[in-house]
Design a protein around this ligand. Structure first.
Ligand code: FMN
Length: 187
């Protein structure tokens, strides 16, 4: 299986990046994992021009930035992991821009011509957060559900790692979540 992981933290070796590394290790042999770090990319938010909607057969986004490469990687993957620290009860602005750009992967939303170029791909959410899940991480999970429903992907799971301080302080709980996520994706 080909898995694309997308890290939305501004820090590659921060809390979220560290759990994602654990996940990548647990995926095991026989699978291919590729990482995209949003902090390395120049990906702007959607311009709302709807030019992409004129071509339902390919990601015809008018914005010529690093998202063009990311589209290719998403299309080539069997599964995509969206990983973000919780920022203001939601996704970081970096991964949010990339998510907005998924508009070019879906056309005819709400019409009989509704078509998603990523329909049926497996998708998972990984969130690291400073506080607890309750009364804190509901919004990001709800957004993800809507986003994945819109893209017609298949949700492999939503994985929360709460109450984190520094990457060094990561305990067995984080390792367990990373392992569970690997199992949910590759079986
Ligand atoms: C701008 C900002 C907003 C944050 N908002 C929240 C929040 O709403 N809820 C929460 O529990 N933690 C919040 N945090 C804490 C981060 O989610 C937490 O420190 C996370 O582990 C950082 O992951 P990273 O090291 O991968 O960047 C916030 C941190 C920052 C810098």
């Amino acid at each position: 299986m080909k898995i694309l992981t997308i890290l939305g933290s501004p820090k590659k070796k921060g809390n979220t990046g560290t759990v994602l590394e654990m996940f990548e290790k647990h995926v095991g042999d026989g699978h291919e994992v590729e990482r995209v770090n949003v902090s390395d990319l120049n990906v702007g938010g959607c311009l709302g021009c709807y030019a992409c909607q004129q071509n339902p057969d390919e990601p015809a986004c008018a914005q010529q930035d690093d998202m063009q490469d990311v589209y290719e990687k998403i299309l080539a993957a069997d599964a995509v992991v969206y990983a973000s620290p919780l920022y203001m009860w939601g996704f970081t602005s970096g991964i949010r821009a990339l998510m907005e750009r998924h508009l070019a992967l879906v056309s005819g939303y709400g019409s009989p011509d509704y078509k998603s170029l990523v329909a049926g791909k497996r998708a998972a959410l990984l969130v690291r957060l400073g506080g607890p899940v309750e009364n804190n991480a509901e919004f990001i999970q709800g957004t993800f559900d809507r986003f994945i429903g819109y893209a017609q992907c298949d949700v492999a799971g939503k994985f929360m790692v709460p109450l984190c301080t520094t990457p060094d302080a990561l305990g067995d709980e984080a390792e367990g979540v990373a392992k569970a996520m690997a199992k949910a994706i590759v079986g």
